[in-house]
Design a protein around this ligand. Structure first.
Ligand code: CP
Length: 321
Protein backbone atom coordinates (compact mmCIF):
# COMPACT_ATOMS: atom_id res chain seq x y z
CA UNK A 1 0.00 0.00 0.00
CA UNK A 2 1.49 3.31 -1.05
CA UNK A 3 0.00 5.61 1.64
CA UNK A 4 2.86 6.60 3.95
CA UNK A 5 1.29 9.45 5.92
CA UNK A 6 -2.34 10.46 6.45
CA UNK A 7 -3.03 13.76 4.68
CA UNK A 8 -6.44 14.72 6.07
CA UNK A 9 -6.93 16.81 9.23
CA UNK A 10 -10.63 15.94 9.57
CA UNK A 11 -13.10 13.22 8.59
CA UNK A 12 -16.31 15.01 7.66
CA UNK A 13 -17.68 12.67 5.00
CA UNK A 14 -16.52 9.83 2.79
CA UNK A 15 -16.58 12.14 -0.26
CA UNK A 16 -13.24 13.57 0.99
CA UNK A 17 -11.55 10.18 0.67
CA UNK A 18 -10.13 8.60 -2.47
CA UNK A 19 -10.95 4.95 -3.17
CA UNK A 20 -7.34 4.12 -2.25
CA UNK A 21 -7.79 5.83 1.14
CA UNK A 22 -11.09 4.00 1.72
CA UNK A 23 -9.45 0.62 1.10
CA UNK A 24 -6.50 1.70 3.27
CA UNK A 25 -8.89 2.37 6.19
CA UNK A 26 -10.65 -0.96 5.58
CA UNK A 27 -7.30 -2.82 5.48
CA UNK A 28 -6.17 -1.18 8.72
CA UNK A 29 -9.55 -1.99 10.29
CA UNK A 30 -8.97 -5.65 9.41
CA UNK A 31 -5.69 -5.56 11.33
CA UNK A 32 -7.37 -3.93 14.33
CA UNK A 33 -10.25 -6.42 14.22
CA UNK A 34 -7.77 -9.10 15.25
CA UNK A 35 -6.96 -7.11 18.43
CA UNK A 36 -10.65 -7.26 19.37
CA UNK A 37 -10.47 -11.07 19.51
CA UNK A 38 -7.44 -11.25 21.80
CA UNK A 39 -7.62 -12.12 25.48
CA UNK A 40 -6.07 -8.70 26.25
CA UNK A 41 -7.79 -6.24 23.91
CA UNK A 42 -5.43 -3.33 24.29
CA UNK A 43 -2.46 -2.06 22.28
CA UNK A 44 -0.24 0.99 22.93
CA UNK A 45 -0.88 2.62 19.53
CA UNK A 46 -2.40 5.90 20.83
CA UNK A 47 -0.80 6.04 24.28
CA UNK A 48 -0.67 9.64 25.47
CA UNK A 49 -3.35 10.87 23.03
CA UNK A 50 -6.59 12.47 24.15
CA UNK A 51 -9.92 11.96 22.39
CA UNK A 52 -13.01 13.98 23.29
CA UNK A 53 -16.42 12.56 22.41
CA UNK A 54 -18.91 15.40 22.08
CA UNK A 55 -22.29 13.77 21.54
CA UNK A 56 -25.07 16.35 21.51
CA UNK A 57 -27.57 13.82 20.09
CA UNK A 58 -28.45 10.36 21.48
CA UNK A 59 -26.26 7.44 20.44
CA UNK A 60 -25.52 3.92 21.64
CA UNK A 61 -23.43 2.28 18.90
CA UNK A 62 -21.38 5.22 17.64
CA UNK A 63 -20.53 6.68 21.04
CA UNK A 64 -19.72 3.37 22.70
CA UNK A 65 -17.70 2.04 19.77
CA UNK A 66 -15.61 5.22 19.46
CA UNK A 67 -14.99 5.07 23.22
CA UNK A 68 -14.14 1.35 23.07
CA UNK A 69 -11.93 1.86 20.01
CA UNK A 70 -10.00 4.71 21.66
CA UNK A 71 -9.49 2.80 24.91
CA UNK A 72 -8.31 -0.33 23.05
CA UNK A 73 -5.68 1.90 21.44
CA UNK A 74 -4.69 3.21 24.93
CA UNK A 75 -5.94 6.77 24.31
CA UNK A 76 -7.61 8.74 27.11
CA UNK A 77 -11.25 9.56 26.38
CA UNK A 78 -13.56 12.24 27.75
CA UNK A 79 -17.25 12.32 26.95
CA UNK A 80 -19.53 15.34 26.82
CA UNK A 81 -23.26 15.19 26.11
CA UNK A 82 -25.90 17.86 25.68
CA UNK A 83 -27.50 16.84 28.94
CA UNK A 84 -25.20 17.67 31.83
CA UNK A 85 -23.07 20.12 29.85
CA UNK A 86 -23.28 23.91 29.51
CA UNK A 87 -24.89 23.43 26.09
CA UNK A 88 -28.05 22.96 28.18
CA UNK A 89 -27.54 26.46 29.59
CA UNK A 90 -27.41 27.87 26.08
CA UNK A 91 -23.64 27.83 25.40
CA UNK A 92 -23.09 28.07 21.65
CA UNK A 93 -21.48 25.37 19.52
CA UNK A 94 -18.59 27.78 18.82
CA UNK A 95 -17.87 28.45 22.51
CA UNK A 96 -18.24 24.78 23.34
CA UNK A 97 -15.78 23.93 20.57
CA UNK A 98 -13.23 26.51 21.68
CA UNK A 99 -13.55 25.29 25.28
CA UNK A 100 -12.85 21.72 24.15
CA UNK A 101 -9.87 22.88 22.07
CA UNK A 102 -8.36 24.74 25.07
CA UNK A 103 -7.91 21.33 26.75
CA UNK A 104 -5.70 20.23 23.81
CA UNK A 105 -7.36 17.03 22.65
CA UNK A 106 -5.87 15.26 19.62
CA UNK A 107 -9.29 14.40 18.17
CA UNK A 108 -12.83 15.61 18.80
CA UNK A 109 -15.57 13.24 17.66
CA UNK A 110 -18.86 15.09 17.23
CA UNK A 111 -22.47 13.92 16.86
CA UNK A 112 -24.98 16.73 16.40
CA UNK A 113 -28.50 17.17 15.04
CA UNK A 114 -27.41 20.04 12.75
CA UNK A 115 -26.11 19.25 9.26
CA UNK A 116 -22.74 20.97 8.97
CA UNK A 117 -21.89 20.89 12.70
CA UNK A 118 -18.75 18.81 12.09
CA UNK A 119 -17.56 21.19 9.36
CA UNK A 120 -18.28 24.15 11.70
CA UNK A 121 -16.00 22.63 14.35
CA UNK A 122 -13.35 21.58 11.84
CA UNK A 123 -13.11 25.17 10.59
CA UNK A 124 -12.43 26.43 14.12
CA UNK A 125 -10.31 23.72 15.76
CA UNK A 126 -6.64 22.89 15.21
CA UNK A 127 -7.14 19.29 16.30
CA UNK A 128 -8.77 16.65 14.11
CA UNK A 129 -12.55 16.55 13.98
CA UNK A 130 -14.27 13.26 13.17
CA UNK A 131 -17.93 13.36 12.22
CA UNK A 132 -19.98 10.88 14.26
CA UNK A 133 -23.17 11.89 12.42
CA UNK A 134 -24.43 15.42 11.67
CA UNK A 135 -28.12 16.00 10.98
CA UNK A 136 -29.23 14.51 7.68
CA UNK A 137 -25.83 15.19 6.12
CA UNK A 138 -23.27 12.46 6.72
CA UNK A 139 -22.16 9.54 8.89
CA UNK A 140 -18.80 8.59 7.38
CA UNK A 141 -17.70 5.97 9.89
CA UNK A 142 -21.07 4.20 9.54
CA UNK A 143 -20.53 3.96 5.78
CA UNK A 144 -16.97 2.70 6.33
CA UNK A 145 -18.09 0.03 8.79
CA UNK A 146 -20.91 -1.02 6.45
CA UNK A 147 -18.39 -1.35 3.61
CA UNK A 148 -16.17 -3.37 5.97
CA UNK A 149 -19.08 -5.73 6.81
CA UNK A 150 -20.09 -6.15 3.15
CA UNK A 151 -16.48 -6.68 2.05
CA UNK A 152 -16.25 -9.60 4.51
CA UNK A 153 -19.64 -11.02 3.48
CA UNK A 154 -18.94 -10.63 -0.26
CA UNK A 155 -15.38 -12.04 -0.13
CA UNK A 156 -13.85 -8.71 -1.08
CA UNK A 157 -16.05 -8.07 -4.15
CA UNK A 158 -18.04 -4.85 -4.54
CA UNK A 159 -18.20 -4.47 -8.33
CA UNK A 160 -21.46 -5.75 -9.81
CA UNK A 161 -23.16 -6.37 -6.45
CA UNK A 162 -26.61 -4.86 -5.89
CA UNK A 163 -27.66 -3.25 -2.61
CA UNK A 164 -31.16 -2.06 -1.80
CA UNK A 165 -31.45 0.76 0.77
CA UNK A 166 -34.98 0.69 2.12
CA UNK A 167 -36.98 3.20 4.13
CA UNK A 168 -36.57 6.74 5.38
CA UNK A 169 -33.90 7.84 2.88
CA UNK A 170 -34.58 11.56 3.13
CA UNK A 171 -33.75 11.93 6.82
CA UNK A 172 -30.87 9.48 6.68
CA UNK A 173 -27.23 10.56 6.89
CA UNK A 174 -26.43 6.82 6.82
CA UNK A 175 -28.08 6.48 3.39
CA UNK A 176 -26.28 9.55 1.99
CA UNK A 177 -22.81 8.40 3.10
CA UNK A 178 -23.43 4.78 2.04
CA UNK A 179 -24.73 5.75 -1.41
CA UNK A 180 -21.67 7.92 -1.94
CA UNK A 181 -19.18 5.29 -0.81
CA UNK A 182 -20.67 2.07 -2.18
CA UNK A 183 -21.64 3.45 -5.59
CA UNK A 184 -18.01 4.58 -6.02
CA UNK A 185 -16.82 1.07 -5.22
CA UNK A 186 -18.95 -0.35 -8.04
CA UNK A 187 -22.09 -1.40 -6.15
CA UNK A 188 -25.44 -0.90 -7.94
CA UNK A 189 -27.50 0.96 -5.35
CA UNK A 190 -31.30 0.83 -5.37
CA UNK A 191 -33.45 2.89 -3.02
CA UNK A 192 -37.07 2.25 -2.09
CA UNK A 193 -39.29 4.56 -0.01
CA UNK A 194 -42.62 6.37 -0.09
CA UNK A 195 -42.37 9.55 -2.16
CA UNK A 196 -42.50 11.74 0.97
CA UNK A 197 -39.38 10.04 2.37
CA UNK A 198 -37.27 10.39 -0.77
CA UNK A 199 -34.72 13.23 -1.02
CA UNK A 200 -35.31 16.14 -3.37
CA UNK A 201 -32.91 16.46 -6.32
CA UNK A 202 -32.72 12.69 -6.77
CA UNK A 203 -30.86 13.21 -10.07
CA UNK A 204 -27.77 13.94 -7.96
CA UNK A 205 -27.87 10.43 -6.44
CA UNK A 206 -26.23 7.50 -8.29
CA UNK A 207 -29.18 5.19 -7.53
CA UNK A 208 -32.20 3.51 -9.11
CA UNK A 209 -35.43 4.53 -7.39
CA UNK A 210 -38.30 2.13 -6.62
CA UNK A 211 -41.65 2.68 -4.95
CA UNK A 212 -42.71 -1.01 -4.98
CA UNK A 213 -40.70 -3.06 -2.50
CA UNK A 214 -41.64 -6.39 -4.16
CA UNK A 215 -39.85 -5.18 -7.31
CA UNK A 216 -36.99 -3.39 -5.54
CA UNK A 217 -35.92 -6.49 -3.62
CA UNK A 218 -35.72 -8.81 -6.67
CA UNK A 219 -32.29 -10.44 -7.06
CA UNK A 220 -30.41 -8.06 -4.73
CA UNK A 221 -27.25 -9.18 -2.91
CA UNK A 222 -27.99 -7.17 0.24
CA UNK A 223 -30.70 -5.03 1.81
CA UNK A 224 -30.03 -2.18 4.20
CA UNK A 225 -33.16 -1.29 6.17
CA UNK A 226 -33.25 2.18 7.68
CA UNK A 227 -34.87 3.29 10.89
CA UNK A 228 -38.10 5.18 10.33
CA UNK A 229 -37.18 8.40 12.14
CA UNK A 230 -40.40 8.77 14.08
CA UNK A 231 -39.15 11.97 15.74
CA UNK A 232 -39.07 13.62 12.30
CA UNK A 233 -42.57 12.58 11.16
CA UNK A 234 -44.46 15.41 12.91
CA UNK A 235 -44.77 17.21 9.55
CA UNK A 236 -47.32 14.58 8.47
CA UNK A 237 -45.07 12.83 5.95
CA UNK A 238 -46.83 9.51 6.58
CA UNK A 239 -50.59 9.24 6.91
CA UNK A 240 -50.51 5.93 8.77
CA UNK A 241 -47.70 3.84 10.32
CA UNK A 242 -49.58 0.55 9.80
CA UNK A 243 -49.85 1.36 6.09
CA UNK A 244 -46.11 2.18 5.98
CA UNK A 245 -45.33 -1.15 7.61
CA UNK A 246 -47.58 -3.05 5.15
CA UNK A 247 -45.77 -1.50 2.17
CA UNK A 248 -42.17 -1.04 3.34
CA UNK A 249 -41.42 -3.53 6.14
CA UNK A 250 -38.89 -6.17 5.05
CA UNK A 251 -40.56 -9.53 5.74
CA UNK A 252 -39.22 -13.04 5.07
CA UNK A 253 -41.72 -13.39 2.16
CA UNK A 254 -40.19 -10.33 0.48
CA UNK A 255 -36.65 -11.41 1.36
CA UNK A 256 -37.31 -14.67 -0.54
CA UNK A 257 -37.30 -12.61 -3.79
CA UNK A 258 -33.69 -11.49 -3.18
CA UNK A 259 -30.69 -13.65 -4.10
CA UNK A 260 -30.22 -16.72 -1.85
CA UNK A 261 -28.37 -15.67 1.32
CA UNK A 262 -28.78 -11.96 0.59
CA UNK A 263 -27.30 -10.06 3.52
CA UNK A 264 -29.40 -7.89 5.84
CA UNK A 265 -28.02 -4.68 7.31
CA UNK A 266 -29.50 -2.07 9.63
CA UNK A 267 -27.49 0.76 11.21
CA UNK A 268 -29.70 0.59 14.32
CA UNK A 269 -31.58 1.28 16.39
CA UNK A 270 -34.26 -0.93 14.80
CA UNK A 271 -38.03 -0.43 14.92
CA UNK A 272 -38.84 -4.14 14.80
CA UNK A 273 -42.12 -4.81 13.01
CA UNK A 274 -42.15 -1.37 11.40
CA UNK A 275 -39.24 -1.37 8.91
CA UNK A 276 -37.89 -4.89 9.52
CA UNK A 277 -39.64 -8.08 10.67
CA UNK A 278 -38.28 -9.83 13.76
CA UNK A 279 -37.32 -13.03 11.94
CA UNK A 280 -35.47 -11.07 9.23
CA UNK A 281 -33.55 -9.00 11.80
CA UNK A 282 -32.43 -12.19 13.54
CA UNK A 283 -31.89 -14.48 10.52
CA UNK A 284 -28.56 -16.20 9.76
CA UNK A 285 -27.84 -13.75 6.95
CA UNK A 286 -28.34 -10.71 9.17
CA UNK A 287 -25.16 -8.65 9.56
CA UNK A 288 -26.67 -6.30 12.16
CA UNK A 289 -24.36 -7.38 15.00
CA UNK A 290 -21.40 -7.84 12.63
CA UNK A 291 -21.89 -4.14 11.84
CA UNK A 292 -21.53 -3.30 15.53
CA UNK A 293 -18.28 -5.31 15.83
CA UNK A 294 -17.02 -3.80 12.58
CA UNK A 295 -17.75 -0.38 14.08
CA UNK A 296 -15.11 -0.87 16.77
CA UNK A 297 -12.42 -2.08 14.32
CA UNK A 298 -13.20 0.59 11.73
CA UNK A 299 -13.17 3.38 14.33
CA UNK A 300 -9.86 2.05 15.70
CA UNK A 301 -8.44 2.49 12.18
CA UNK A 302 -9.88 6.00 11.84
CA UNK A 303 -8.68 7.13 15.28
CA UNK A 304 -5.24 5.68 14.60
CA UNK A 305 -4.83 7.49 11.26
CA UNK A 306 -6.16 10.86 12.48
CA UNK A 307 -4.53 10.58 15.92
CA UNK A 308 -1.01 10.02 14.57
CA UNK A 309 -1.10 12.20 11.43
CA UNK A 310 1.21 14.83 13.02
CA UNK A 311 3.71 12.42 14.55
CA UNK A 312 5.98 12.32 11.50
CA UNK A 313 6.01 8.52 11.47
CA UNK A 314 5.28 6.18 8.59
CA UNK A 315 1.88 4.53 9.09
CA UNK A 316 2.47 1.22 10.83
CA UNK A 317 0.35 0.59 13.91
CA UNK A 318 2.19 -0.99 16.80
CA UNK A 319 -0.24 -3.80 17.55
CA UNK A 320 2.19 -6.66 18.19
CA UNK A 321 1.28 -10.23 17.27
N1 CP B 1 -25.83 3.65 13.70
C1 CP B 1 -25.85 4.61 14.62
O1 CP B 1 -25.40 5.74 14.38
O2 CP B 1 -26.35 4.23 15.82
P1 CP B 1 -26.37 5.11 17.14
O3 CP B 1 -27.33 6.25 16.88
O4 CP B 1 -26.82 4.19 18.25
O5 CP B 1 -24.99 5.67 17.35
Amino acid sequence: MSIQTWQHKDLLDVSQLSNEEIFFILDNAKRFQEVNHRAVKKVPTLKGKTITLFFAEPSTRTKLSFDTAAKRLSADTFTLGKTGSSVQKGESLKDTALTLEAMHPDIVVIRDSSSGAAQFLADRLKCSVVNGGDGWHAHPTQALLDAFSLRDAWNGEFTGKTLLILGDINHSRVARSNINLLARLGVNVRICAPKTLLPRYLDNFPVTVYSDLAKAVCDVDAIMCLRLQLERQAAGLLPDLADYSRRFCLTSALLAKAKPHAKILHPGPMNRGLEIADDVADCNDSLVLNQVSAGVATRMAVLYLYGTRNDGLTINPNIGE
